[in-house]
Design a protein around this ligand. Structure first.
Ligand SMILES: Nc1ncnc2c1ncn2[C@@H]1O[C@H](COP(=O)(O)OP(=O)(O)O)[C@@H](O)[C@H]1O
Ligand SMILES: [Mg+2]
Length: 420
């Protein structure tokens, strides 16, 4: 901590009700009689007085920091003007007022010279006692005002330095916190991207397991049933009925396992690309949900599988929301590719997202995990997501740069490698 403004030495005198008892005056004169008379006069006025006979003695005693010096001009060892100049050029004593008193140098030129050598006032014999005390008082008042001003300037300077210091520490803290926040945000982004990627991989794995594992067993079951059906005449009528029911149920299981597997991860996506996978999915959605779903898809180039998966998942999530929340009888899915951008729009004619829900979603609350997932997916590829909703329907629009996908993929690969 810098020394605070409050740590300044207290003012020697408070206010202007000067208390002469506390003022110390150095009186310098080699003439005993004159010095005696001055000292007496000052002591009578209530001042503490130190005495010196020579210039050398005066310069020694001035180190005791008197509040004022009365200085004879004609001293035995050195000239009074010279003593004055030395007092005034030493930074430790320069603030002490010097009052020249002279019985020999009474002419105007000497006064001018005395004042020019730094003295604050000049009185010459015959010196009137009242005038002497009044001059001393006036000089002390001036000195006091100067001291006060200097101390206040020091206090102000101290406060300014303290504020500047606090300010710079505050700025430092703010920029530290901003950096911490930015890095926390970045790692959160990374984590959610990684989670989404893991979710996709997991869905792909389960889909394959269903298709290759359970699907193969069911195929075996069907083949055995085909074999048995050739000899079903040997069964009783009840047995024949139960057997044909088994055949029908097996066919149903095969269908639903296939649909489940495709919904989890459409194999068409990897083999035929986004357009075919969306055509299949939208048809399937329409058939199962009784919602009239149409796909408007221009020519979409083959893209990186991660980007195609992200787009497919976005459409999937949107259609899921239309089915669960909108109450709409119709929905259109539009996919357009132009100028290196791919634009996906899912528009329904349902009741819309309730306004308070929209506020919660925008505030990033716990609701809207599906929408937030979409946002994360889009952000991973440097795109943007817009949601418009009113009582006449909801439109979700995602725009992604199709060229940015390689770097996003490289990045996630690098992360995957780092964490393996
Ligand atoms: N198409 C839509 N029509 C009406 N409301 C919707 C629609 N899509 C989303 N919502 C509202 O927004 C909320 C958040 O959606 P979402 O993030 O997908 O979470 P979830 O579907 O798990 O509730 C939903 O709970 C629903 O209230
Ligand atoms: Mg949802």
């Amino acid at each position: 901590m810098p020394e605070s403004a409050g740590g300044q030495a207290p003012l020697k005198w408070q206010g202007f009700g000067l208390t002469p008892e506390q003022a110390k005056i150095l009186s310098v004169d080699d003439n005993e009689a004159l010095r005696y008379s001055v000292v007496r006069c000052l002591r009578d006025a209530g001042y503490e007085v130190l005495e010196a006979r020579t210039g050398t003695e005066a310069l020694e005693l001035v180190k005791e920091m008197p509040d004022l010096v009365t200085l004879d001009v004609n001293l035995p060892d050195m000239h009074g003007f010279q003593v004055c100049r030395q007092i005034k050029t030493d930074p430790n004593t320069s603030h002490i007022p010097v009052l020249h008193l002279s019985s020999t140098y009474t002419d105007p030129e000497s006064r001018v010279q005395g004042l020019a050598s730094g003295a604050d006032a000049y009185l010459s014999e015959p010196i009137d006692r009242a005038e002497l005390v009044a001059t001393v008082r006036a000089l002390l008042r001036l000195k006091h005002a100067e001291t006060l001003a200097r101390q206040q300037a020091e206090i102000a300077e101290g406060a300014r330095k303290e504020i500047a210091e606090l300010n710079s520490r505050l700025e430092e803290r703010v920029s530290e916190r901003t950096m911490e926040l930015a890095s926390a945000n970045a790692s959160l982004r990374e984590l959610s991207a990684r989670l989404l990627q893991m979710q996709d991989e997991e869905r792909r794995r389960i889909a394959r397991e269903l298709h290759d594992g359970v699907g193969q067993l069911l195929a075996g079951l069907s083949m055995n049933q085909a074999l048995i059906s050739g000899e079903s005449s040997k069964l009783s009528r009840r047995g024949q009925k139960a057997f044909s029911e088994n055949v029908a149920m097996t066919e149903e299981i095969v269908q639903s396992i296939r649909t489940m597997s495709h919904l989890l991860h459409p194999p068409l996506l990897e083999e035929m690309g986004l357009r075919s996978a969306l055509e299949w999915y939208v048809d399937e959605f329409s058939r199962r949900s009784n919602i009239n779903a149409t796909l408007d898809c221009g020519t979409v180039p083959r893209m990186d599988i991660d980007l195609e998966t992200a787009i497919f998942r976005i459409v999937q999530e949107c259609l899921g929301n239309v089915h669960r929340h909108s109450g709409s009888a119709t929905v259109t899915v539009k996919v357009q590719s132009q100028d290196g951008q791919i634009e996906i729009e899912v528009r329904d004619q349902g009741k819309g997202i309730p306004v308070e829900r929209q506020h919660e979603i925008n505030a990033g609350g716990r609701v809207g995990v599906g929408l937030r997932g979409m946002r994360e997916r889009v952000a991973r590829f440097g795109g943007r997501l817009e949601i418009e909703s009113s009582e006449t329907g909801t439109t979700v629009k995602a725009t992604l740069p199709s060229g940015a996908l390689d770097s996003a993929k490289d990045e996630s690969r690098a992360q995957g490698a780092a964490s393996d």
